[in-house]
Design a protein around this ligand. Structure first.
Ligand code: ARG
Length: 457
């Protein structure tokens, strides 16, 4: 096929090589950003006297026409094109002629693709942040509804201490708040313009890179043209932030799968977010949660692929870097799909207060409180710990809970035990008395809800 860059070479490229080389199937989604970047560049060329204002007018009109036609469906992006940059430029030249051939003055595809990526990802990151906020709002809805649902808190997946379910859920809200922060950090660092770096060395034309940077909403023009065209740190940073979102979703998903199992029975998912089995009529499966857990692996894979593409690349641009888009777009699409399904799944989940309370009643999760009770009566904590351990061991053999042991039985372990121990180990008292900052007590839970709600509004 004849190429826009034909000149140095005389023979035509092989069809197989064209197919292998083409990235338009992947980068075609950046057509808007490509046109936006070209408009800014063309305006700069006119301001700097490199093209005439008349030529700029023709270029701008041509580019806007192409944009409108792609959006309306009148113009299909040619799947045979080498990439979106070549497609737009060739289309422009076929529409407006000579002026179109001037657009690529003082520019290269190397800085063009770096600009397009940053513009595209900046916009998409705003969407990911909005999805994170929607998920936080769904968590808050559930937290508000479960402020007094007592449930075992776990360590090692063994029942450990009583908490309220809201407190457990709000731990996830905190993770998603940090995730949004990480995306914001990455976007701030990414928001410098490589446009005008050209192939790698800058250009002999007297251009105005600050103008295009500002026009495109960047904070500044990047300071080194070689770095401008070869930097893909932002891809790594973003996929890394997406990977951590997936880690959080995957942990949450795993808990949803556990909670909705008959063994736990802590919650039921809405029919709208579950599936049945093709053979076992009794089944209601948490497929959405499982799929999110499963898709986590591919986002981690994208991160490793991206890092590996960059490893050992000499400066500046190398064609290897075309692979960046496959990695970052796949991670982006996956994280958006997972956040999108998770929020309504969580919001419509039905937590079961009684099942949680039943589980909290077993497993001696008030043993720490019983030890604290003895400490309150003057016993050193280590001694209290051992005394309660003996009482627990006795209760297990007697097949009783701590509440079911009589005072006479308690007295065998320590004279300090008295009638008031029963109130001290009631599950609601255990939760109520966890008044430390960030604990499961009511004031702390309310504070977390207010914080998460404010963040996500
Ligand atoms: N499709 C290419 C990419 O995504 C655009 C840059 C090509 N530059 C070049 N010198 N071949 O990386």
């Amino acid at each position: 096929m004849a190429k826009m860059w034909a000149g140095r070479t005389t023979a035509e490229t092989a069809k197989a090589a064209d197919d292998f080389n083409s990235s338009v199937a992947v980068d075609g989604r950046m057509y808007r950003e490509d046109i936006e970047g070209s408009l800014a560049h063309a305006e700069m060329l006119a301001r700097c006297g490199i093209v005439t204002y008349e030529e700029f007018g023709e270029i701008a009109e041509g580019l806007k026409g192409i944009l409108a036609d792609i959006e309306s469906g009148a113009l299909a992006i040619d799947p045979e094109a080498e990439d979106i940059h070549m497609f737009v430029e060739a289309e422009l030249t076929s529409r407006i002629g000579e002026a179109g051939k001037k657009l690529h003055t003082a520019r290269s595809r190397n800085d063009q693709v770096a600009v397009d990526m940053r513009l595209y990802l900046r916009k998409e990151c705003a969407e990911v942040t909005a999805l994170l906020k929607a998920l936080i709002r769904a968590v808050v809805v559930q937290a508000k509804a479960t402020k007094d649902f007592i449930v075992p808190g776990y360590t090692h997946l063994q029942r450990a201490q009583p908490i309220v379910f809201a407190h457990h859920l709000l731990a996830y809200a905190m993770m998603f708040v940090r995730d949004a922060g990480r995306i914001g950090d990455a976007v701030r660092r990414m928001n410098v313009s490589p446009l005008g770096s050209c192939a790698l060395a800058g250009t002999t034309y007297d251009t105005d890179r600050t103008f295009t940077a500002k026009k495109l909403g960047f904070d500044a023009a990047c300071m080194n043209s070689i770095d401008g065209v070869s930097d893909r740190d932002f891809c790594v940073e973003l996929i890394s932030a997406f990977s951590l979102i997936m880690t959080h979703l995957s942990r949450f998903a795993e808990e949803v799968v556990l909670w909705t199992s008959s063994e736990f029975g802590f919650a039921e998912l809405s029919d709208a977010y579950t599936t049945g089995s093709s053979i076992m009529p009794q089944k209601k499966n948490s497929d959405m949660a499982e799929l999110v857990r499963g898709k986590t692996g591919r986002v981690y894979g994208d991160l490793i692929a991206m890092l590996t593409v960059l490893k050992g690349l000499p400066l500046a641009y190398n064609k290897d870097m075309q692979e960046d888009k496959e990695c970052v777009f796949d991670a982006l699409d996956t994280v958006k799909a997972c956040l999108g399904i998770f929020a309504p799944m969580i919001e419509t989940m039905k937590p079961d207060r009684d099942a949680m309370y039943r589980a909290a009643g077993k497993g001696f999760i008030n043993a720490t409180d019983l030890a604290d009770y003895l400490v309150g009566k003057g016993m050193p904590f280590r001694t209290a710990y051992k005394t309660v351990g003996e009482a627990v061991s006795y209760a297990i053999k007697a097949d009783k809970t701590l509440e079911e042991l009589s005072l006479a039985e308690y007295k065998k372990f320590s004279e300090l035990f008295d009638e008031d121990l029963y109130e001290a180990i009631s599950l609601s008292a255990c939760v109520r008395r966890r008044i430390s900052e960030g604990g499961t007590g009511a004031a702390s839970v309310d504070k977390q809800i207010r914080f998460a709600e404010e963040f996500a509004k």
